[in-house]
Design a binder for this molecule. Sequence first.
Ligand SMILES: Cc1cc2nc3c(=O)[nH]c(=O)nc-3n(C[C@H](O)[C@H](O)[C@H](O)COP(=O)(O)OP(=O)(O)OC[C@H]3O[C@@H](n4cnc5c(N)ncnc54)[C@H](O)[C@@H]3O)c2cc1C
Length: 500
Amino acid sequence: MDINEGVRNTIRSLPPRIHLCYQPRSQTDIQRGQVVGALSSLKRFGQGPSWSPVVTVSRSASFKNALVQDYHITSHTMSVDVCIVGAGLSGAVIANRYANETNKKVLVLDSRDHIGGNCYDYVNKYGVRMNKYGAHLFHTKRRDVWDFISQFGTWEPWEHRTLAKVYTADGPKHVPIPICIPTVQQLYDPDVKTEQDMLEFFKNETKDINFTKPYKNSEESTLARFGRRIYESFFRDYTIKQWDKSPERLDASVLERIPLRLNYDDRYFTDEIQMLPSSGYTSIFEDLLDHSHIQVLLGVDYLKHKECFKNIQTTIFTGPIDGYFADYNYKKLEYRSLNFKEENVELERDDDYVLPASVVNEPSMKVKYTRTVEYKHFLQQKAYTSTLVREYSSSEGDPYYPVPNDENRGTYKAFQELAETETARERRRVCFLGRLANYKYMNMDQAIGNALDHWEDWKRDWLQVCDSPVPQTVLHRPQQHHNGFTQNHIDDVREVGKVA
Ligand SMILES: Cc1cc2nc3c(=O)[nH]c(=O)nc-3n(C[C@H](O)[C@H](O)[C@H](O)COP(=O)(O)OP(=O)(O)OC[C@H]3O[C@@H](n4cnc5c(N)ncnc54)[C@H](O)[C@@H]3O)c2cc1C
């Protein structure tokens, strides 16, 4: 992708009033002319935004800190009632409610260079919409959650189906997961046809398993439900790859969540509402954050610059709770992360696919990755090149999945006590919201529902306090950093300072 295209894509992915922080990837990229060129060509071709994006170009190789390296955030111009750390679902939903229901001024910060948190998606150079942080399928039973989120963007029904690649004496087979009648028929017994047959089949599979409830760990709970054959083919090795722990060392609850269907339903989820956003998740976030009282700053790590925001009356922190309290030197909470490896495959026709399903799980130790996602399947996108993404589980990298065990629960409890003190403060209170701050895996609907539920409590308890006068904040670029910038650079930089 050339640099202009990169900038154009970034601009397209941003809603009005979001400050574009452009991250140079090399020394030549930082030549400002290229960025300005991209902006003016957008305007010339009528593709440019009607609003004015503000571009900051940093000379620093590490752009992450550029904004705050180049500016001091001091008092007196911009009034901010609430600072929301994290532009993921939790942060964006609260920002939206704050701005719409109270008319307060909201500042949303994210250390990444995009909005959307882990739901962020984009269209790649082959025209395929991809999730940067793993496939995201929206599904919910909560009508109130759907009523809320469906106001933003447009959505289409999508029932997700996943296959597992299982190695048999006859070679590999792609079979439906969760396990249902077709799975059992294809692998073990073609005569299993009814719910009663399934009950008989599993009774037989588990007849030698003597574990009883409450199960001590995930090995016991899975063996008791599925029997040894299925446990070994589908769950044991997959769990080791995913969690780097055998099921014996994981809470029973982790694998207890895996459904077993006694019918022909091969859908991954059974929720009544199953949807995908027609123009991607990022567009939903654009709509959520599209309010004149919401300002978004990207590429700013709150924890590195906490002092800059200390005067803000209320902060909602949606990042990792152990990161927030890192000074206490408590034990670190464990997370699992993922590494994504892409492969592009050329196709003869734009409606061809490489894989038989959008997601193929790899439950065997024959390969190190846990699953492959072929994004083109989602909403049946057309493209002559398909991008496959293989997911490798890892203990290093962005925190994705909390590891649920007694040790982590104990550590989290200690952080939770600290968090309660921060939240109870009358002024400069900090509240902890979302999957990282609450150290709890949440699906998208749970993250939205959790944010909406908290909002109802907070608005009742706090709004009076928030009505008190709040300190003001402005971004200033300190004099000593002017060296080396041309006048134009400085003008642009000052524009960024006009946050209000
Ligand atoms: C691989 C994967 C697949 C998933 N698939 C599905 C799915 O199919 N269906 C489903 O319903 N859900 C899925 N989810 C869950 C979904 O991603 C979460 O529900 C959702 O992201 C939660 O939103 P959040 O705002 O709480 O957290 P996040 O999306 O993680 O947002 C937190 C934000 O805070 C920012 N942040 C953290 N620390 C700081 C800091 N110090 N300063 C500034 N910013 C900071 C982060 O950069 C991030 O953008 C999946 C999750 C993962 C990891």
